[in-house]
Design a protein around this ligand. Structure first.
Ligand code: ZN
Length: 205
């Protein structure tokens, strides 16, 4: 799974996925700094990947101010995606910014994630966290580190939901090696489906 795109590096990851014949899931955003890349979503869908919701602004302070603020942001994102995602590509999957275990929301609204994790499911969405973090939004700054984190994190005993961000060149540069390693070690790659485990983090707020 790739978060925070589409961006200037999304085409590169799409090229790699296409060359390897591997589908992925993209939890997208649509803020001022990436809106120009939204047309890439058409290609993303055409090539068999899943578009899922992340956030419009990715501004924690405004998104997690209240339940209404969260829904406003999500609705804004859905509207911005409409021109680029075919109507039959159902978008009912989402990933909370910072994951469902985030505690940034506690600064403005105690109990907000408990409320939202229930509310999104009541509204017919499924939310996905992850169980393998490439750490490309944290300490990893090189493709080799991303590769090491992902290959050390996956397990043959469960479905691995890998978190990467298609906004970092070094992370996207690791994708091909990760796929080759995975295929050589008995793994297969799938986009998320209704039957995928949600891999929910423990809600902490
Ligand atoms: Zn994000």
């Amino acid at each position: 799974t790739f978060d925070d795109g589409p961006s200037a590096t999304t085409e590169s990851v799409l090229d790699t996925l296409k060359a390897e014949g591997v589908p992925a899931t993209f939890f997208v955003m649509a803020a001022d700094n990436n809106e120009e890349y939204l047309p890439l979503l058409e290609r993303t869908v055409q090539e068999g990947h899943l578009i899922a919701l992340h956030t419009c602004s990715h501004d924690y302070k405004s998104i997690y101010k209240s339940s209404d603020a969260y829904w406003d942001d999500l609705q804004k994102l859905r509207e911005k995606l409409l021109p680029y995602v075919p109507a039959d590509h159902e978008i009912k999957w989402l990933r909370f910014p910072g994951g469902s275990s985030n505690t940034v929301s506690a600064h403005s609204y105690v109990g907000l994630m408990s409320l939202l994790t229930r509310a999104v499911q009541d509204a017919g969405f499924q939310y996905f966290d992850w169980n393998v973090d490439s750490n490309d939004a944290g300490g990893a700054k090189k493709a080799q580190t991303v590769f090491n984190n992902v290959t050390a994190g996956v397990s043959q005993n469960r479905v691995s939901v890998v978190l990467q961000h298609d906004i970092h060149d070094f992370s996207v540069d690791a994708v091909e090696d990760i796929i080759v390693w995975g295929l050589n070690n008995g793994y297969s790659f799938e986009r998320l489906t209704e039957n995928s485990p949600g891999v929910h983090h423990g809600v902490q707020n």
